[in-house]
Design a protein around this ligand. Sequence first.
Ligand code: ADP
Ligand code: MG
Length: 259
Amino acid sequence: MSEVSVTDAAAAAAAPPDALVVLNSVNKHFGALHVLQDIDLTIARGEVVVVIGPSGSGKSTLCRTINRLETTDSGSITIDGRPLPQEGKELARLRADVGMVFQSFNLFAHKTVLENVTLGQVKVRRTDRKAAEKKARDLLDRVGVGAQAEKYPAQLSGGQQQRVAIARALAMEPKLMLFDEPTSALDPEMINEVLEVMQQLARDGMTMVVVTHEMGFARSAANRVVFMADGRIVEEARPDQFFSNPRSDRAKDFLSKIL
Ligand code: ADP
Ligand code: MG
């Protein structure tokens, strides 16, 4: 066996071998508002992390810093051992590696569903159009909207649009998927069809960060719950532990309001 140097050991301790995303003392301000405060978070490959917390606690900002829709003031973020790129082609590739699904569906309104799921593959991944369309159709089938491929987003229900948005992100073969309240804008009867797609993705081993108020999803799909308040990670626990026995007063107070 080879000797492990102190420096290697320190680096390995800082980022376990199965770590996909590592945030180290990340800070972010919006003017005087300290929106992310010394965030340390390591996400393992295949892990599903559900982020919950009161409105304004910094959950969306956290997601947005991970795919560099927001810059940070200090600290480091690495994905697959590499620091986030700052600009250019590298940044476009990062955005493809980190799929993001927002509360609002953000599809291209003037492109068909098929084109929505094909475009990024051709432009960013340089996939041949025919292969990209084949893959788009497979993914649309997988999320249950294969029959809608030739329609425009506005002709689809919210739940269908959100499933297209998931297919579009998956088409880039991301290493990580970020979901920021993906069901919050949906009519109640459409929430489950989106959560089921996410559940399946989790079962298939996708690494996921999910901001959601859907506690049923958190209980059944999350490996870990991260509770944020006022820009800090206040508590982290397995879902069963978090829901049955929250440790912090902030988490107790939050759960008493939503459960
Ligand atoms: P959450 O998603 O947990 O509701 P956000 O990350 O959206 O929280 O916001 C955290 C805080 O940062 C809030 O007080 C919000 O008003 C503020 N904020 C978010 N985005 C901006 C921005 N672009 N400029 C200034 N303040 C912002
Ligand atoms: Mg938010």
